[in-house]
Design a protein around this ligand. Structure first.
Ligand code: HEC
Length: 104
């Protein structure tokens, strides 16, 4: 019983630490994390500095403009075979991603 209890306590402590760490890194790098996790860098380049002419550079772009484009892709106001599907990957995080890219 004691061992099981101790094991459960240890696991719970580790989970708490992991949660605290991931929350603090989300606060610091939520936009970067969302951009990287969604695979945006595959086309737009690390930090938005695309080296491929087909893919627009996003670094240094106005945050409000990026948010608007992402929402327009999601709603269908702006259509692109690639981005119309991919913009949904950062749904709810448009502002964080845009703020991150604007500062690059
Ligand atoms: C497979 C390649 C690819 C991936 C991955 C990709 N994009 Fe794009 N993105 C494009 C292309 C191509 C365009 C230009 C679309 C057009 O001509 O309207 C574009 C356009 C954009 C624009 C509009 C730029 C402008 O100047 O108007 C934004 C913002 C954007 N992408 C953000 C993202 C984000 C955020 C992600 C990750 C969720 C992402 N993209 C993933 C290919 C990609």
């Amino acid at each position: 019983m004691f061992l099981i209890g101790k094991k459960v306590l240890t696991v719970a402590t580790a989970a708490t630490v992991a949660t605290v760490v991931s929350i603090s890194s989300l606060v610091q790098a939520g936009g970067k994390e969302a951009y990287d996790n969604a695979g945006c860098a595959g086309c737009h380049g690390a930090t938005g500095k695309s080296m491929i002419p087909l893919y627009p550079r996003l670094n240094g772009q106005n945050a409000a403009y990026i948010v608007k484009q992402l929402k327009d892709f999601q709603s269908g106001v702006r259509k692109d075979p690639v981005m119309s599907a991919l913009a949904a990957m950062v749904a709810g995080k448009e502002q964080e991603v845009a703020d991150y890219l604007a500062k690059q």
